[in-house]
Write a protein that binds this ligand. Sequence first.
Ligand code: UT7
Length: 325
Amino acid sequence: MNSYIRGIGYYVPEEVLTNQYFESYLDTSDEWITQRTGIKERRRAAPDENTSDLGKRAAEIAIKNAGIDVSEVELIICATATPDTLFPSASCVIGHKLGIGGVPAFDLAAGCTGFVYALSVADAFVRSGAYKNVLVIGAEILTRIIDPMDRSTCVLFGDGAGAAVVSATEEDRGILGFKLHADGGYGNLLYLPARGTAMELTEEVIRKRLHYTKMKGNELFKIAVREMGSVAVELLDELGVDKSQVDWLVPHQANIRIINALAKRLNLPMDKVVVNIEKYGNTSAASIPIALGEAVEDGRIKRGDLVLMVAFGAGLTWGALLLKW
Ligand code: UT7
């Protein structure tokens, strides 16, 4: 039994924040943001929209594209670092909003690598025969945990969601393998000090802006370039797939310079790389399913193509997954 992505969908909120928006109140420039990151715009959720709302919208499209009824979903996994509340989980809320209460649901916290981790979990459940249709979601509202006054982070992140229905098949297609890694020793390079149990949300904590994401971008950049390349090569070697056989690289969209370096390491021309960072910025666990969803929707990714996903994020976590579309 193989597992494959039977349907994919994505949803991004309507409001567009351009680089000019940040120029209007911060010491930054469109030129700096574009050259250093490749980002031109990102989306921001409306005040009454929560992560579960974005996830639900993406899930509905994925279910429709899979050609199944919502009642056929047997498990929901939502990869997110920004659930509506610490508990209940975003996946429970999404299940309720989809009208499928009773279906098991859990969140998965692996930062920007979350969707790759969640796909690998779905693959294991499907291959074991436990479930036939698993709904995998990556959904984030990062603009609510980013300091709007910190130019080194607020220009980078955006909101959005992507979803996939992972189903069982006996056909020769689907998830071929994955490699996952994590190293908590690097946790302090990208973290949210307060809002968890480590730090009570006092007035002083808020005054010190410790309820917002802290990132050492420069150090992360070097590790991302090194580890994303290594894990991709490690996976391809293990599967006996040559780099030249990869039809599409769908990398996590954190920085165009990281994506360029990864493509170079894999000897892949940029026309085989799915890039949408200019439109959405870094949407963490949502970035790979949004990019995959766009490339499937516009016909770039076709049946039989070898698709390599590579991600890197808070934890630190990193991983790669290869599938035959
Ligand atoms: O999603 C997974 C995890 N995240 C990542 O993988 C992110 C990886 N890191 C990066 O993408 C890059 O490191 C950044 C885009 C975050 C930063 O780019 P950089 O080329 O590494 O810049 P830097 O942090 O070394 O900063 C260079 C300069 C600094 O000024 P000084 O100290 O040289 O005077 C910063 O203060 O750029 C300054 N700077 C800015 N200037 C204008 C930082 N942010 C901005 C800004 N506008 N928005």
